[in-house]
Design a protein around this ligand. Structure first.
Ligand code: SF4
Length: 173
């Protein structure tokens, strides 16, 4: 599994519930990739190399940051169509702009099994996440992230985010 981190806030919609309280506030050492032409040039080459090494692999979009343009979403469409072994999972706070429309179209065309993209703090019980301050606040039907409560080591040993459509509850950092 590979993780792509982008700059928080600069790539995120201001409507994000955690725009100011982003968990990235506590991760000053995490490397964020700078968005722009260099990233758009580099990504296809890096994904092509990964697909040579791995018949199947997962990319988390994003550990930090969000989809920042329709062109960027279109690039992931090309990569998913080009590399059958590529699987993407992640979270977005985009819900009501052209980028959100592009993401919905991509999810519809590619399918959940290869593009498991959840809406952060989405107001629906499937394909969404919710942030809570205590496990006792877990909404009915949601699953608390097992890594956060010491029940698994990492996303690689968990896989819930792309194996179930049920809402995932994250403990607020
Ligand atoms: S629920 Fe599992 S896959 Fe999702 S973020 Fe937590 S550890 Fe990772």
């Amino acid at each position: 599994m590979y993780i792509l981190n982008l700059e928080e806030r600069a790539t995120c919609p201001t409507a994000c519930r955690h725009y100011r309280s982003c968990y990235g506030n506590h991760m000053q050492w995490l490397q964020r990739m700078e968005v722009g032409p260099d990233l758009m040039w580099k990504l296809p080459r890096e994904v092509a190399l990964l697909s040579i090494d791995h018949p199947n692999f997962v990319v988390r979009l994003h550990g930090m940051g969000d989809f920042f343009s329709c062109e960027y979403v279109a690039l992931w469409r090309v990569l998913l169509e080009r590399h059958p072994g590529l699987h993407v999972f992640g979270y977005t706070a985009r819900t009501d702009d052209a980028i959100a429309d592009s993401l919905r179209a991509l999810a519809r065309d590619i399918g959940w099994s290869r593009f498991a993209m959840r809406v952060s703090n989405g107001p629906f019980p499937l394909r969404s996440t919710v942030t809570i301050e205590s496990v006792r606040q877990k909404p009915v039907g949601a699953l608390v992230c097992p890594e956060q409560v010491g029940k698994t080591e990492s996303c690689s040993t968990c896989a819930l985010c792309w194996q179930t459509e049920r809402r995932i509850a994250f403990l607020q950092h």
